[in-house]
Design a protein around this ligand. Structure first.
Ligand code: FAD
Length: 381
């Protein structure tokens, strides 16, 4: 991965926007259990943060994937992980399929306002009885003339209480399993759609997570993204973008956390000298930095493969698995090395510990990443 002066400038822009538009509000948004996406997203859209790679015809930046790496690393440095996750839903989880497979009309109506930040979007895959097992989902759309009629429930939907539209994965035939699913853009103004509840979570508290209900929701047939019946396959591709941005954000977040911990130990004295003089603590941190470097450069390998147009399933799977494991470890080390100060809400470590625990679960669990990998290695399903 070759970063240029242009990347440096973009990095600086994103860092300033995070410091100006997100960090000062994090305490309030964490208390509220939600952040105002309709206020924040237009500001991000104005500086090109919501459509880095998308076609300029829809307001995108037309940049290559290396700029998404920069975006992710910088978002990860925010004072919470909830808002970056919500932004990543908008940029790399709910919109890639629409950009790849959507009709021109659909992109004009839904992708362009997502890139500008005027509309907020969600990705609706998980259900109460189908999370890891995406092929087990039961939300169904039945065709009635030139409309879909949708019934079902989605759970754990990020941005779900404030989204204007949802990239919904649902069944559109009786084939069962991974067959016969489609992706449909569902506007949340459609009659029959409702937010059944907002979930109270361990971390990612500034990001709203919802259960959504669909009762005879009618949307035009032309809201189908790509081919009818190919939704599962399209979503599997979209998951790769989700896993890549998560791993990029993780690198930025963990680097900042480790640097802050080093600074704390430099100042904090025990037994007559700075704690950082203690070689055991140095080695503990050194091992974290080493593993972080491995993930960072693995991410760059993944991004390079993506830039070459290769299938990055294996890269994205391993990067996401490593993120889940490493973020848990780094958060634990940061809490531990701060002593009592690591365990209080007034210190950043507590939120970091809670927030980053999510990434071993969200976007496909550690176990699901392993399942994907061992299957690629030819082990029995
Ligand atoms: C904060 C948050 C935000 C989220 N945002 C979204 C969103 O915006 N959109 C969306 O669609 N979803 C979202 N999710 C859902 C998330 O993707 C799922 O929680 C995740 O995929 C796991 O599914 P599940 O919760 O149903 O767990 P389950 O599938 O019930 O799994 C439970 C446990 O069993 C393990 N397991 C399952 N199958 C296997 C197997 N075959 N082998 C070994 N172990 C297995 C899992 O790894 C896990 O440890 C979000 C979740 C959270 C917590």
């Amino acid at each position: 991965m070759q970063f240029t002066a242009e990347h440096d400038l973009f990095r600086k822009t994103v860092r300033e926007v995070v410091e100006r538009e997100i960090n000062p509000h994090v305490e309030q948004w964490e208390d509220d259990g939600i952040f105002p996406a309709h206020e924040l997203f237009p500001k991000l859209g104005a500086v090109g943060m919501l459509g880095v790679e998308y076609d300029p015809a829809y307001g995108g930046g037309g940049a290559d994937h290396s700029f998404t790496v920069v975006l992710g690393e910088e978002l990860g440095r925010a004072a919470c992980a909830g808002v970056p996750m919500a932004i990543a839903v908008q940029t790399d989880m709910a919109t890639p399929s629409l950009a790849r497979f959507g009709s021109e009309d659909l992109k004009r109506r839904y992708l362009a306002p997502a890139i500008s930040g005027e509309m907020v979007c969600s990705i609706g895959v998980s259900e109460p009885d189908a999370g890891s097992d995406v092929a087990g989902l039961t939300t169904r759309a039945v065709r009635d003339g030139d409309e879909w009629v949708i019934n079902g429930t989605k759970l754990w939907i990020t941005n779900g209480t404030q989204a204007d539209w949802i990239c919904l994965l649902c069944r559109t035939s009786d084939e069962g399993g991974s067959r016969g699913m489609s992706q449909i853009v569902v506007p949340t103004t459609a009659p029959g759609f409702s937010v059944s509840r907002r979930l109270d979570k361990l971390g990612m508290r500034s990001s709203d997570t919802a259960e959504l209900s669909f009762v005879d929701v009618r949307v035009p047939f032309e809201n189908t993204i790509g081919e009818v019946g190919k939704g599962f396959q399209q979503q599997m591709m979209q998951f790769q973008n989700e896993r890549m941005i998560a791993a990029y954000m993780g690198v930025g977040a963990m680097e900042l956390a480790l640097d802050r911990t080093v600074e704390y130990l430099r100042d904090r004295k025990a037994f007559g000298r700075p704690l950082l003089d203690n070689q055991h603590l140095q080695f503990e941190l050194g091992a974290c930095y080493a593993e972080l470097d491995l993930l960072r450069h693995y991410n760059y390998g993944c991004a390079d493969a993506y830039l070459r147009g290769e299938d990055t399933t294996r890269f994205a799977t391993i990067a996401k698995w490593k993120l889940g494991k490493l973020a848990r470890h780094v958060a634990d080390v940061c809490v531990q090395l701060h002593g009592g100060m690591g365990y209080v809400e007034e210190n950043w470590t507590a939120r970091f510990f809670r927030d980053w625990r999510l990434w071993a679960i969200g976007g496909g669990t550690d176990e699901v990443m392993m399942r994907t990998l061992v299957r690629m290695e030819g082990m029995p399903g």
